[in-house]
Design a protein around this ligand. Structure first.
Ligand code: DOR
Length: 424
């Protein structure tokens, strides 16, 4: 089986080169990269003028499978991922039942192989049932192929228990994905604590709700040596603490979600729960600090926190609806439109933050365009302009605050293991 991608601009974070090239793929691997390749192939993609990047890797996705499949399932989540250019996705454990044991890890692995071409990596929860009381079978899950633990959706508030989990993660060479939120400080907040939420009469969530746990978790990484990855950072002080931690050699990396760098709380348009996610949309000042953090490479990763919910759930208004928005199918275009186009990020940095860095953090042999590398590739046409229409999503979730937003850059193909898994 051969595939030839012609006339694209190959962006390779492995050696930081960006060049016009044809890419020949044979048996799932990149076989050749040349200015022009004349070889016959079973399948040819004309990428004329589009970027060919290493397949995007989303370190933060909710697939809702098992148990909450009215919101999303592995098939629809996988399809949404490929539609958005993500060839690998990392699924959070807040499913029903919680992914806290080898059986659930095995189920997702088996199901994903049956229903999607996307690579799906299931995260194990830190505590049993995500109840924060006793540790999950972390070692058992590691033996089942699980490479990350997380309590995503909340923090483990017992620092002693969390430290023990981090010690085990360090021994098992697992990455700890941290949702940072001191639950005792939330006090019913639903939007960021600022002039907007005040004007709307909505209870606010302060920056410190996130920041105190970011600080704690960095200190626990320092003590345990665990590889800590901070999920969905949303505050200016989170960025500052990541900078300090890195300067001090602490093993920490951090992600920013598109909604946090592309939208501030000022843009919330009425009592519409599509603007409700956790952490919340923050102030302009925070948004600019996150953008600078990405631009200066303090912040390593762009990940979506894809959190599908049903239309009925989201119709309840900001006070009652669950937190979360979908993200897989708008992330690349938001990164391009809000960061690359205004000159805050280079295309190379976009490829680093959406593929190369996640691969490194997760220890995957991916994220580069090199002969002999696995052929997971995303073809992204930066010249394409489009308007977000949630009805066109492959996800079951339509919950996005970006409906109607004009964006630049569209994924036109996603290749997984040398096969065209999505093409426009
Ligand atoms: O907004 C969010 N939704 N944030 C999270 O951390 C969890 C997620 C969900 O599972 O819906």
């Amino acid at each position: 089986m051969t595939l030839l991608i012609k006339n694209g601009i190959a962006v390779n974070p492995g050696d930081k080169t960006e060049r016009e090239a044809d890419i020949l793929i044979r048996d799932g691997m990149i076989a050749d990269i040349q200015p022009s390749i004349a070889a016959e192939a079973d399948h040819v993609i004309d990428a004329a003028g589009a970027y060919v990047m290493p397949g995007f890797i989303d370190m933060h996705v909710h697939l809702r499978d098992p148990g909450l499949t009215y919101k999303e399932d592995i098939a629809t989540g996988g399809a949404a991922a490929l539609h958005g250019g993500f060839t690998t996705i990392v699924a959070m454990p807040n499913t029903k039942p919680v992914a806290d044991c080898p059986e659930v890890i095995e189920y997702v692995k088996k199901r994903a192989a049956e229903v999607t071409k996307a690579h799906v990596l299931q995260v194990g929860s830190v505590t049993r049932g995500m109840l924060g009381k006793e540790l999950s079978d972390i070692r058992g899950m590691a033996r089942a192929g699980c490479i990350c633990i997380s309590e995503d959706g909340k923090s483990v508030m017992d620092a002693g228990l969390y430290r023990e989990a981090m010690r085990i993660a360090a021994e098992e060479n697992m990455t700890v994905l941290a949702h940072c939120e001191d639950i005792n400080m939330v006090c019913g907040g639903v939007l960021n604590a600022d002039a907007k939420s005040e004007a709307m009469g909505m209870p606010g969530i302060t920056n410190a709700v996130e920041d105190v746990i970011v600080a704690r978790d960095i200190l626990l990484a320092k003590e345990t040596g665990a590889r800590l990855h901070l999920c969905h950072c949303s505050t200016k002080d989170s960025v500052e603490m990541v900078r300090l931690a890195k300067e001090n050699g602490i093993p920490v990396t951090a992600e920013v979600c598109p909604h946090h760098f592309a939208m501030s709380s000022e843009e919330i348009d009425g009592d519409d729960a599509n603007y409700k996610m956790n952490p919340p949309l923050r102030t302009r000042e925070d948004v600019e600090a996150l953008q600078r953090g990405l631009s200066t490479d303090i912040m390593d990763v762009i990940a979506t926190d894809h959190a599908p919910h049903s239309a009925e759930e989201k119709a309840q208004g900001i006070r009652k609806a669950p937190f979360g928005i979908v993200g897989l199918e708008t992330a690349a275009a938001l990164a391009y439109t809000s960061l690359v186009k205004p000159g805050l990020l280079t295309v190379m940095q976009m490829a680093e933050k959406m593929s190369y860095n996640p691969a490194k953090i997760l220890g995957l042999n991916k994220g580069v365009i090199e002969i002999g590398a696995p052929a997971d590739l995303t073809v992204f046409d930066a010249k394409r302009e489009w308007v977000v229409d949630p009805e066109e999503f492959f996800s079951k979730g339509r919950n996005t605050p970006f409906a109607g937003r004009e964006l630049s850059g569209k994924v036109i193909a996603a290749i997984v293991d040398g096969e065209v898994a999505y093409a426009e």
